[in-house]
Write a protein that binds this ligand. Structure first.
Ligand code: CTP
Length: 404
C-alpha cells in the first residue's frame, strides 16, 4: 500500500511556520494531508492556516466531542499511511520516547501502526542536552520511528549549531519517496539480479582503467526491489555505499568477473535482470605482472573488447525480464531504442548525461524509460524516488510478459 495519507503532527517551535510550506508541497504532489497540532504549536501558528492549506479540519484536542464525532482519534490513527511530526520539539520527543498518550498527537502515535517520522527542531543546547540525547537513543531503537535531521546552522534564538528543522522541500522529498514506494509486495517471490557500479581493468598491479560510476542508481534499485518484496542479489563493482537491508552482494572487480558472477547468479534463478553497471568497454590486452616503469616519453596501451554482461544474459535460452541502462548525450530516444533492439531487452532506461548536476556521481537523476510499445519520463528527482517508480514500472511490465 502506498503512503498516500499523511498525518502531519505539528508541535511547539518557531519552525512550525515552515510546516505550512510542507503541507503545500505534499498537497501539490497529490497526497492527502491531515494536521494535528499540539497546544504549543497553536502558540506559533493557527489551525486555520493548516485547514486552508490541507483542505481538512485541523485537530487540536483529544477531548473534543465534536471533532471526535467526525473522525475519532483511533480512526485518525488508522487512516494514516505515514505519520510525520515536524517540527518535533524536545518535549514531544521526550513524551514519544516514553510512550505517553497525554494529548491527541501522542495518543495517535500510540494508536497508529503506520511508520512515524520525526523532524526534531530546537535550540542547539536543548538538542545536545543529555536527557534529549537519551530520549533520541530510545527512539533510535524503536522500529516504528525514523528521525529526519536535525540540520545544523543559525537558529531563531541567535545560537548556531545542530537543532534546526530540515527544510520543507527536504522533508517533502523524503515523504514523497516513501509515498511512491507504492510497490510493497509487487515483486513478492521474484528473484532480481542487479549489476551496479564501475568495473576496474588492471594495467599492472597498481594501476587500472575505470570510470566515475558511483553505483548509487543500482543500489537505490536494489533497495526499491527489496522493499517490493523481491529477493535481490547485487553484482557490484567497487563502490563506497552501504548495502540495503535484505540485499545480498557479490563483489566483483573486472568486466570479465562481472559476467562470470552474473551468469552464476542468474543460473541459480532469476526473474528480472537489471544492468545498471558502467562496465568498461575495453580492458588492457595484458596485465603486467610487475609495476610498469616509465621509460619513453609516450606509451601505448593495447586494449581489447570486454564481454557484454547484459547482452549475454538477454541471449540465454530462457532469459529473465531484462532491463538495460543507456547513458546518452544526443538523440536519446533513437539510441536507446536501437540499444534495446540490438541487445534484445524488454526495457531500457535512458539518461541524458549532458544535463549538468544529474546522473553520474550525483544524487539526482532524470530518465526516460522505453519498452517496445511505449515510454515514460521520470524525474528529475532523487535516485531513490526514481528507483521506486522504476521498480513499479518493471513489476507491471514483467508481469505482463510473464502472463502472456
Ligand atoms: N553493459 C554490460 N556489459 C558491458 C557493457 C554494457 O552489461 N560490457 C550494460 C550496461 O550495464 C547498461 C547497458 O549495457 O545496462 C549499456 O550499454 P552500452 O552499449 O555499453 O551503452 P553505453 O554505455 O551507453 O555506451 P555506447 O552507446 O557508447 O556503446
Amino acid at each position: 500500500m502506498a503512503a498516500k495519507r499523511i498525518l502531519l503532527g505539528i508541535t511547539g517551535g518557531i519552525a512550525a511556520y515552515k510546516s505550512a510550506e510542507l503541507v503545500r508541497l505534499l498537497k501539490k504532489a497529490g497526497l492527502e494531508v491531515r494536521v494535528v497540532m499540539t497546544r504549543g504549536a497553536e502558540a506559533f501558528v493557527t489551525p486555520l492556516t493548516f485547514q486552508a492549506l490541507s483542505g481538512e479540519p485541523v485537530r487540536t484536542s483529544l477531548l473534543d466531542p465534536e471533532a471526535e464525532a467526525g473522525m475519532g482519534h483511533i480512526e485518525l490513527a488508522k487512516w494514516a499511511d505515514q505519520v510525520v511530526v515536524a517540527p518535533a520539539s524536545a518535549d514531544f520527543l521526550a513524551r514519544l520516547a516514553q510512550g505517553m498518550a497525554d494529548d491527541l498527537l501522542t495518543t495517535v502515535c500510540c494508536a497508529t501502526e503506520a511508520p512515524i517520522a520525526v523532524a526534531p527542531a530546537m535550540n542547539q543546547a536543548m538538542w545536545k542536552n543529555f536527557r534529549t540525547q537519551r530520549n533520541m537513543s530510545l527512539l533510535a531503537e524503536d522500529p516504528q520511528i525514523t528521525v529526519w535531521g536535525p540540520d545544523q546552522g543559525e537558529q531563531a534564538c541567535g545560537d548556531t549549531g545542530p537543532g534546526r528543522m530540515l527544510e520543507p522541500d527536504a522533508l517533502a522529498s523524503w515523504i514523497l519517496a516513501d509515498a511512491t514506494r507504492a510497490t510493497v509486495g509487487a515483486l513478492a517471490g521474484k528473484r532480481v539480479v542487479i549489476t551496479a557500479g564501475p568495473t576496474r581493468e588492471p594495467i599492472d598491479p597498481v594501476r587500472y582503467i575505470s570510470n566515475h560510476s558511483s553505483g548509487k542508481m543500482g543500489y537505490a534499485l536494489a533497495r526499491a526491489a527489496a522493499d517490493a518484496g523481491a529477493q535481490v542479489v547485487l553484482v557490484s563493482g567497487p563502490v563506497n555505499l552501504p548495502v540495503p537491508d535484505g540485499v545480498a552482494v557479490r563483489p566483483v572487480m573486472t568486466a570479465q568477473d562481472m559476467l562470470q558472477e552474473a551468469e552464476r547468479v542468474v543460473a541459480e534463478g532469476c526473474d528480472i535482470f537489471i544492468a545498471t553497471a558502467a562496465v568498461a568497454d575495453y580492458r588492457p590486452a595484458a596485465c603486467a605482472g610487475d609495476k610498469i616503469k616509465k621509460t619513453d616519453e609516450a606509451m601505448t596501451l593495447s586494449l581489447v573488447r570486454n564481454p557484454d554482461t547484459l547482452a549475454t544474459i538477454a541471449a540465454r535460452k530462457n532469459p529473465p525480464f531484462t532491463v538495460g541502462f543507456a547513458a546518452e548525450t544526443t538523440d536519446v530516444a533513437r539510441y536507446a531504442n536501437d540499444k534495446m533492439q540490438r541487445k534484445k531487452l524488454n526495457m531500457i532506461v535512458a539518461n541524458d548525461v549532458s544535463v549538468p548536476g544529474l546522473g553520474f556521481n550525483s544524487d539526482q537523476n532524470a530518465v526516460t524509460v522505453f519498452w517496445p510499445s511505449g515510454e515514460q519520463a521520470i524525474g528529475p528527482d532523487s535516485k531513490q524516488a526514481i528507483a521506486d517508480t522504476l521498480v513499479a514500472l518493471i513489476a507491471e511490465h514483467s508481469n505482463k510478459v510473464g502472463n502472456s
